[in-house]
Each structure stands twice: as C-alpha cells, then as structure tokens.
Design a protein around this ligand. Sequence first.
Ligand SMILES: *[C@@H]1O[C@H](CO)[C@@H](O)[C@H](O)[C@H]1NC(C)=O
Length: 441
Amino acid sequence: MKILLAFVGALALAVANPPPNQGKVICYYDSKSYVREFEGCIYPAQARMLPLDLDPALSFCTHLVYGYAGIQPDTYKMVSLNENLDVDRAHANYRAITNFKTKYPGLKVLLSVGGDADNEEAQKYNLLLESPQARTAFVNSGVLLAEQHGFDGVDLAWQFPRIKPKKIRSTFGSIWHGIKKTFGTTPVDEKEAEHREGFTALVREMKQALSLKPNMQLSVSVLPNVNASIYYDVPAIINLVDIVNLHAYDYFTPARNPKEADYAAPTYKPQNRNELSNVDAAISYWLTAGAPSNKIVVGIATFARTWKLDSDSEISGVPPIHTDGPGEAGPYTKTEGLLSYPEVCAKLINPNHQKGMRPHLRKVTDPSKRFGTYAFRLPDDNGDPGLWVSYEDPDTAGQKASYVKSKNLGGVSIVDLSMDDFRGLCTGDKYPILRAAKYRL
Ligand SMILES: *[C@@H]1O[C@H](CO)[C@@H](O)[C@H](O)[C@H]1NC(C)=O
C-alpha cells in the first residue's frame, strides 16, 4: 500500500511539473528601473519600481536574473555598478532579491554581468578575454560576489562588438536621397578569433569555479546584434552552461537605424529582409551547431522601439518605413526611441480622449503571427510629428511562447520586468506580457 501511494504520489508530481529543462520562464530585473524614481517627479509613483513590486511576478518565473553587475576597468573584477543600491544597508537590493527564495523556494536567482549597462571603458570586455590573469580576477570576484549575497549562479551577458546596421531599402531601390551607405567594409573586431577563444576559456573557468560551490548555475545571455557565430563556440561551451538566453530582439532600433523603421523582433524573416535578423535564425545557429534545444531560451522584450514619422514617410505605415529619428521620450522611461509596454498601451487605448490631446496610435496586428505588431500615427498638418512603434503585447508574447513550445526549446525570458505593466495600468492585470508568455508555454 505504501509503495502504491508513493507511486501515485510520484505520478502526480510528474504530471504537475513539466520536464525540468522545459517551460523555463526567466525573468530579468534591470535595477536601473529603480533609479527612475529620482529622475523628474511628474509620475514618480508609476515610474519607480522597487524589489517589492517583483512579488506578483515571481510565481510565474522559474528564474530571476538581476541586472547588471559590471567589470572594474583596472582590476577586471566583477563588481556592483551601484553599491549604494545593491549592497549598502540602505537598499541592499542583492539581498532583497535573493531573499525572495524564502517565499518562492523553487526560484533560481542569478546575478548577470554586462547587459549593456556597463558603459565605462567598453573595451574592457574584449581586453579581459585576451588575458588569463584578468579572467582569473573576474571569475574569482564574480563567484564570491554571487555567493556572498545568496545568488544561485552567474549570467554572462557579455558586451561583444555589434554587427553594423544595414539599410533594407538599398537592396530594392532607395526612394529618398542623401543617406550615406552604412555598409561597413572594415571589420568591427580585428581580433575576433582571439576573443572567441578567450570567451570559451572564460566560460570554462567560470564553470570550474562555480562547480566547487553547491548548486551554482551558469548561463549566458547573447545580447542583441552580437554575431553569435563569431563569438560563441557552441560545441566548446554548450556542456558548460545551463541556459543560453538569446536576446533575439532589437534587430531594428532608432539608435541603429534612425532613418528607417522595421519590425524590431520578428519571429520569421519578412520578405526582402536580412536572412539573419529574426528569432528563428538566431535559434537555428545554436541548434545547427549542436546545442540541445532545451538549453535555448528565447528573449521577449517588454519594451517598444519608436521612431518619428515625417512627410516623407509612406502613408500606409507598412514597414520598412522612412523615419526621422527616434520617437519622443515617454513619461516614465524618459528615453528617446523607447517606451515601456504600459506607455504604449496608454497611447493605444484612450477612452477619455480630450480635445488638444494627440490622436492615438492605430494598431496593426499580424494575422500570420510571424512578424509582430506595430502601431503608428501619421504626422498632422499642425506640425505634430507622426510616430511608428514596434512592440510586443500579450498576444505576440503568447505567440512567441507557442513558437518556443513547438520547437521544444527551454523556455522564454522576459526582458525585463520593469518595462512590463507591473502596476496593471493597461487592463488591471499586473505583468500581462509575462503572464501571456507563461500561459502559452
Ligand atoms: C556573422 O559572422 C559570420 C561568420 O563570420 C558571417 O558569415 C555572417 O554574415 C555574420 N552575420 C552578420 C549578420 O553579419
């Protein structure tokens, strides 16, 4: 009888839990969202995100990735980029974050380094890879930093050089003039091979150091527009890492492509576009190189990329579309060319539309579910610039999760929680993008 009960119990457990390497929901929390509290005071309550605000998200997350630590340029040690916020007694974010494990015992909390948050002397990410001594300093300090504050491991969101942006329309006839060709002929990184080998060595050394501690994980996050086939030697590193987070978004951004807007994160290649600028291509590289599908996690951005339209923009709104630089900053995020999901939804749904307010954006969904959703407003006669927005919403996030499931991949990552609607301003539900992705996984 006892044996039978144990068997039934085991069966129930097996049904309740998906295979451990699938259905991962990796939640990123970028701590710079906290700093928003101090910038401007028009919407302080909405803009500010505290560790406490993470709580309603965490029952949906299998992992929480806290971003971002950095590298000290002279010593190559892995350090907090904001000690006041992360480690000092006043805030002690590191502890506040890892303490969530008491309430959510299955949650794994990783400390991520890089993530484009570490801007001082950007060359140090390359230089470190060239020096065994620098790597040792980094690995030892990183493991210590993670261990001291109760993290379950380290995520390397390495700041490699980026692929140069390319214009789409030059391939089938430009309709405007005076734009310089952006095709580069000089290589971005003259020591590609050395950096590839150095990164492999870094992963090996980091894994070795972490494996001396109990239950420490190692993941890598491949940042947008990093050419993975240059820097990631899949056969050499794949057995050393638990998770590969592909940040497969930002293929088009107003910073990279100010004069042309397009889908920022299409799942598949739209017609006449670059073969490699889509989620499916990013995954193919890893699978073809032999990575097991359940280690691959697809990043879903919660933020939108925005561009200004002008009188030269095609009135259909269909991308690729001529643009005039980044769209204006949003009230909470206060960054040109960027809007959080709640900032987008406020521009879409506007029942109390008042006179004098800007007309809202027209949303264009994609019935094929292959490219994503965009929204736009043409410029008007009063000199008000138009706006074109590429973004994820709960529907498209759910579609990406379904794609992930259909390919038997490891799961999704949400990048990041602070740009999802963590207050439930859009429809009343908190974290709608995270939830939609989780439910379709
Ligand atoms: C990435 O690098 C590979 C190998 O060097 C090259 O063939 C490919 O075109 C590059 N991809 C992009 C998008 O530049």
